[in-house]
Design a protein. Structure first.
Length: 239
């Protein structure tokens, strides 16, 4: 599929998910996957900030990316941490040259095969709520058009998350973000259970959960919750 077609399909898919009870994690997973499909990068991930300001992993294009994002949070260093703190893009064209800046994160990213990263803020009207990480296995900067495209997707996702800002008070908005991040824990539990029960990898387990949710018009978080509490049999997810 041509990049323009992927972009249009992504915007339609994001808009289709913007219902009253939309699933933030599903929206950001769509964005992460489409970034990999449409942009010259090998992995993408998203972090959101809790109401207290601490970053939390929310979505990624792969399991290896999820592990790296979690390590970045644990180490409290890396491009996404800097991007969120500054509310501005962070470009690392050669991670091998940045071990002094990120002594724990850079070696870990290099060990996982990544050589460069571009992080974009999820920012709207002066408020930064997180960051989009784009990792590549090759050194070098992203093409300027790729940066514009990725920032556009990040902006759409940011608007989606904050779309009720005018009608919700600050506490309810923070609760919405907190609930999304708490849902990530349930989803990870469900992924692990599906992976163990069906001897598939974590990426395949997540794909099965998403597919079942979409096929049955259910929220991803609700499906994961039912898997964890045993009210939904793993076998119905299919292969």
């Amino acid at each position: 599929m041509a990049r323009e077609s992927i972009l249009v399909a992504t915007l339609v898919e994001l808009a289709d998910n913007l219902v009253d009870n939309y699933d933030v994690i599903d929206i950001l997973t769509v964005m992460s996957n489409r970034c990999v499909e449409a942009i010259d990068v090998d992995a993408a991930g998203v972090m959101l900030a809790m109401p207290g300001g601490e970053l939390q992993f929310v979505a990624s294009s792969s399991e290896s990316m999820r592990v790296l994002e979690l390590f970045q949070i644990q180490a409290n260093e890396g491009p996404c941490v800097d991007c969120y703190a500054a509310g501005a893009p962070v470009l690392a064209k050669a991670l091998a040259e940045l071990e002094e800046r990120w002594p724990r994160f850079a070696p870990r990213a290099l060990a996982q095969g990544f050589r460069s990263v571009h992080c974009l803020p999820m920012r709207l009207r002066g408020r930064t709520i997180g960051a989009l990480n784009l990792f590549s296995e090759a050194e070098g900067a992203l093409d300027a058009n790729d940066v514009v495209l990725a920032q556009g997707l990040a902006d759409v996702a940011t608007i989606a998350i904050l779309q009720h800002q005018t009608s919700l008070n600050s506490k309810l908005l923070n609760d919405q973000l907190s609930n999304a991040l708490n849902s990530r824990i349930i989803i990870e539990q469900a992924k692990g259970m599906v992976s163990q029960a069906t001897t598939c990898d974590m990426d395949q387990a997540f794909a099965r959960l998403r597919r079942y949710a979409r096929d049955h018009n259910e929220r991803l978080t609700d499906v994961a919750t039912r898997i964890v509490d045993g009210t939904l049999v793993i076998g119905v997810l299919g292969s």
